[in-house]
Design a protein around this ligand. Structure first.
Ligand code: GDP
Length: 176
């Protein structure tokens, strides 16, 4: 029997965005350093647990993946409940996934009210290893107008993946 690892903070993070943008792949790359080119969407909400150290603090994260539910264009309030951070993902190669961000942000705002503190949000443009159909400056400006951090990443090549989670955790810790 393994003793549970001690931690200083427990954070719930959510991955949100259109189907196929790479949410599951980002999660798998971060937690298992794995990537599957033929990743199949699974049904039902799933999450993974990951420990990291930031500012000499042990952070235990539960990172939730919609695992296909987003195809129905809506997630349940229980998915959002208690989340400290939201990672909003689009595919830099698929403009439509960027256009749909407003829809996802609206949903986030409906569900993530209450509970006191402001929820930390980061925008991630995934698949930067592919041709870019959304200019970086445009996404950056959109994120800034919504008070979000912005990063580009590739679950395939590992670019920016760890940075995404470090930035979210750092911002949650800095949250008054
Ligand atoms: P989800 O529906 O948002 O969870 O997306 P998936 O993680 O299932 O990824 C959808 C497809 O995009 C899969 O075939 C992945 O292998 C592929 N994919 C995910 N991330 C990347 C990436 O960074 N680059 C490339 N080229 N393909 C990716």
């Amino acid at each position: 029997v393994r003793e549970p690892e001690p931690y200083d903070h427990l954070f719930k993070l959510l991955l949100i965005g259109d189907a196929g943008v790479g949410k599951s792949s980002i999660l798998l790359r971060f937690t298992d350093d794995a990537f599957d080119d033929h990743q199949q969407s699974t049904i039902g909400v799933d999450f993974k647990v990951k420990m990291i150290e930031v500012d000499h603090k042990r952070i235990k994260m539960t990172i939730w993946d919609t695992a296909g539910q987003e195809r129905f264009r809506t997630l349940t309030s229980s998915y959002y409940r208690g989340a400290q951070g939201i990672i909003l993902v689009y595919d830099v190669n698929r403009r439509e996934s960027f256009e749909n961000l407003n829809h996802w942000l609206q949903e986030v705002e409906v569900y993530s009210t209450g509970g006191g503190r402001e929820i930390v949000k980061v925008l991630v443009g995934n698949k930067v290893d592919k041709e870019r159909m959304v200019p970086r400056e445009e996404a950056e400006a959109w994120a800034r107008s919504k008070g979000m951090l912005f990063l580009e990443a590739s679950a395939k090549t590992r670019t920016g993946i760890r940075q995404v989670f470090l930035e979210v955790v750092q911002k949650i810790l800095d949250n008054p």
